[in-house]
Design a protein around this ligand. Structure first.
Ligand code: ADP
Length: 289
């Protein structure tokens, strides 16, 4: 078991499941509605916690009724939130998600009135106790200071960064992190149509994965070797929300367990596929075949 800290956001997810995706200006009735905790960093922690790790989250909590769902879920997964900043003004980040029952696709409208977790707050954390730190690629100026600070204070503490969306200066994080998790969405935003050509486009040497939905995932190591794992289709795709966060968690778990890159990539795809076959992020009954 390792002690893992993640920096990023927790959200309230309001998920409307629909029979088919609505056309613009349509009015449709949801088949069901569910409210749950979301957010990339906390999703990744909830999977890592189920894989047996001792997890802590550092982010911002707003003291308002919608934070209850979030706090309840963090407690359920024994995720320590004592490093969080708690504010009495604002609104927890909220994702309004349309989940298409036919395809499992998830379309998200996001709203927030919540500041980012700052470098000043980060410096108050005792980093010595952790075996791994995972960051969301957001709040770029502060995040790069946080990683630089980690490298000064704890040079052997591995730092991973999830790069989900293009943001100004996000590439300044690439050389700082030990492991980068790129999304298909990020690679496509730069004009790439496949993960291998995206990963091989880097002039710097990095350890980085790029997950590509039903095509599986690719990884490049610092020797510029690219490997691939296919996806492992579940019987039915039920819900792909959080598949990338699950992949990232399982990959971190495998690396912490000293697995080789190819085995780690395969394991991450297997856990992510299991997640796609069911609603939510409960992987209690995941078993390797
Ligand atoms: P994101 O949540 O960032 O959109 P992806 O859709 O790229 O993430 O999925 C992450 C991983 O989840 C993929 O690498 C793959 O292993 C698994 N996965 C996603 N969609 C499917 C699918 N339809 N079938 C099997 N595995 C999938």
């Amino acid at each position: 078991m390792a002690k893992i800290l993640a920096i990023g956001i927790a959200t309230l997810d309001i998920i409307n499941t629909v029979g088919s995706f609505p056309v613009e200006d349509d009015e449709v009735r949801a088949l069901s509605q569910q409210q749950s905790r979301g957010g990339n960093a906390t999703n990744t922690l909830s999977i890592l916690s189920q894989l047996g790790h001792d997890c802590a989250w550092a982010g911002v909590l707003i003291d308002e009724p919608d934070s209850q769902v979030i706090k309840h879920d963090l407690t359920k997964h024994q995720i320590d939130s004592s490093n969080c900043v708690v504010l009495d003004q604002g609104k927890m980040p909220t994702s309004y998600i349309t989940l298409n029952q036919q395809t499992g696709s998830r379309t998200i409208v996001h709203h927030r009135d919540c500041p980012e977790f700052s470098f000043t707050e980060f410096k108050k954390i005792n980093l010595q106790q952790y075996d791994w730190i995972h960051f969301e690629g957001r709040n770029i100026a502060d995040t790069s200071r946080m990683i630089e600070y980690c490298k000064q204070q704890q040079p052997n503490l591995p730092c991973s960064v999830e790069i989900e969306k293009p943001r100004p200066d996000i590439d300044s994080l690439f050389t700082l992190a030990d492991v980068l998790f790129f999304s298909k969405n990020y690679a496509q935003s730069l004009g790439f149509s496949n993960a291998a050509s995206f990963l091989s486009s880097f002039a710097i040497s990095i350890n980085a994965s790029c997950a590509w939905g039903e095509k599986g995932a690719w990884f490049i190591n610092k020797k510029m070797k690219i490997i691939h794992s296919p996806a492992f289709p579940p019987e039915k795709i039920v819900d792909t929300l959080g598949a990338g966060d699950t992949f990232n968690a399982a990959f971190i778990h495998a690396l912490l367990n000293q697995q080789a890159e190819q085995a780690a990539l395969k394991f991450a795809c297997q856990v992510a596929a299991y997640k796609c076959g069911r609603h939510g992020l409960d992987i209690t009954y995941f078993k390797l075949n």
